[in-house]
Design a protein around this ligand. Sequence first.
Ligand SMILES: Cc1ncc(COP(=O)(O)O)c(C=O)c1O
Length: 447
Amino acid sequence: MRSRLDNNEAARAEGGVISGHTRTAADPADSVRLAKRVRDLPPSGIRAFFEAGSGKDVVSLGVGEPAFPMPEPVRKAVCESLARGETAYTSNAGMPELRGEIASYLRRGFGLDYEPGSELLVTVGSSEALDLALRSLLEPGDEVVVPSPGYVAYAPLIELAGGVAVEASGSAADGFKLTEAALGAAIGPRTRAILLNYPSNPTGAIMRAEDLMPIARLVQRHGLAVLSDEVYAELTYEGRHVSIASLPGMKERTVVVSGFSKAFAMTGWRIGYACGPRTLIAAMLKVHQYTAMCAPTTGQVAALASLRLGLEAKEAMREELARRRTFFVEGLRRIGLPCRMPEGAFYAFPSIAGTGLTSAEFARRLMEEGGVAAVPGSVFGEGGEGHIRCSYAASPEQLAEALRRMEQFLSRLREERKAETKQTERRPRGAAERAASGSAGGRPLVI
Ligand SMILES: Cc1ncc(COP(=O)(O)O)c(C=O)c1O
């Protein structure tokens, strides 16, 4: 649909008056002219979807947020900091103690070696780190290869930075890993960078060193930059996370983006970070200075206290998520939804292709008729169709209830299809129709 504010002519034709910067319109909300790139941006498919379900009796497996309490020592550190009145700006790049602690954490945990004074920047969540990196790297029209299915914010962030997102589709057969062939097919003359996200949202796939090697070689051959979103790095269940930046020749062309939202269950504190070559980090710091000034001070205090707490608290959460993963994925398989065992993050990505419904239809009906909110795979790009994303960071009780409701919903779908099939069989059919359908009739339901 054409916007009422597409141009002045349209506005005048519809009764609005434009003079200089002032416009009087019938609808006061119309008096602001939006930038086209923002107006054209679709709202997040996830948010749009969940707003429809709010206020209903719905078990939510939708939101990518671990509901674990903040450890007592972290709460105490935050209260003490506030009592000391520490509410002013910090250094633009983040508190030096926090940067130092992050650098040693990355060294110990992932073998990554960054100089905290020049190669590391604390940001407002990993979201801001991604935005800063893209804005610092891209010229208008530059292409960035993104995984599909992939996190919903990548394409919008690339477009806001003036770039173009190009999807490289992973397949369930490859365990949703990015292959050399898929990446090779997506690289063109305007490609400037690739975006990786392992462990993956929404598939839970991880990439081992042997999976990353051919990707790294291809990236080097084409002289590309890599944005590696490793916000789920700590949440792996089969082997440890490997960062592409730790492979030979990759540190100098990679920016590692991560944060405290997921593994530290600190989504609301808005603390993330970026590590990379010093020229790129300096450029990102420049943009950050003008847009955010610094990450939230109290959030940085909480992040520092969490790192100093050691790995124990985090490890307990990871083990609990591993238990929920097994329980939920086995449950999905039992009720008839094929699902790979995710190796990381906290999402299951079962196939719903056997129902004959699109992922959007399935998720809408599951929410409205079944009382379970899951995200349609199509919001994560073309590669996500035929799947839904379910977060198993929900409580064990919620997971059990969701499985019970999903089982009921699926059996109702089966009944519906049986009735459809019977009706089609009763209808006399022409030879052409029989030949075209090639089946007993009705839509397929193989679950
Ligand atoms: C893959 C991925 N990257 C980045 C983010 C943003 O996280 P943050 O809270 O650190 O901004 C999310 C949040 O869901 C995510 O799933």
